[in-house]
Design a protein around this ligand. Sequence first.
Ligand SMILES: NC(=O)c1ccc[n+]([C@@H]2O[C@H](COP(=O)([O-])OP(=O)(O)OC[C@H]3O[C@@H](n4cnc5c(N)ncnc54)[C@H](OP(=O)(O)O)[C@@H]3O)[C@@H](O)[C@H]2O)c1
Length: 224
Amino acid sequence: MDLNGARILVVGATGVLGQRLCERLSERTTRIAVTGRSAAAAEELRRRLGLRSAHALDLLDHDAVAAVVRAAAAELGGLDAVVVASGVAAFGPAAEEDEAVVEELFEVNALGPMAVVRAALPHLSEGGVIAVLTGVAAELPLAGMAAYAASKAAMASWLGSLRRELRRRRIAVVDARLPHMDTGLVDRALAGLPPALPPGHDIDDALAALERGMERGVHEVRIG
Ligand SMILES: NC(=O)c1ccc[n+]([C@@H]2O[C@H](COP(=O)([O-])OP(=O)(O)OC[C@H]3O[C@@H](n4cnc5c(N)ncnc54)[C@H](OP(=O)(O)O)[C@@H]3O)[C@@H](O)[C@H]2O)c1
């Protein structure tokens, strides 16, 4: 797909990667609808970049997902791409994980994004793209982040099945297995402290790879 002039919904647009992605995409299209948990933050981003629309969306609110996606698709006159850039982390030994934290990880990293994609599918154009930021954690279950990695692996598996199912509609499903970047995500963890992590990868380099992956309709975006 061509990102120039494309109609794109970015969920989790007020996070570090989401915002930077919107800044980059806005040089090629302003037909972008953004969501963030805070309506004010999403609107501020929309105004700053001159984007089409902004919505508040908390993925823990199941009922809101379909309505927000439908509204965004209507405002854009359909969708060429959906990017899910929302997510939360949590750390600590698997044996000591808190049930509520595990539940939230799966809600935000897997069940919510699945609901977003399901709601977006009827509005996606042929040749369109679904892109979800899963991360290397989806395939690298390191000690100290079991439920986080499991929630990302669940999403990655779901995307793999979806990709096969959407072949006929020529909709690309891009699983962005991005490496660690210094966005502060780990400091905003729901619980625990992160293990020692490698130096953060360059954010613009990773997002450029994501954009190329979306344009080429690759299955997975990997770096390095
Ligand atoms: N940073 C990394 O090293 C890295 C590597 C690979 C993959 N990723 C993935 O990339 C994504 C973005 O991460 P980031 O580094 O940009 O972190 P971030 O700055 O903390 O952004 C996280 C985003 O998720 C949103 N979010 C959190 N809980 C939510 C909920 N209940 N409902 C809706 N949205 C919710 C946040 O919304 P608010 O803005 O409203 O707080 C924010 O937009 C995540 O899925 C992360 O797992 C990150």
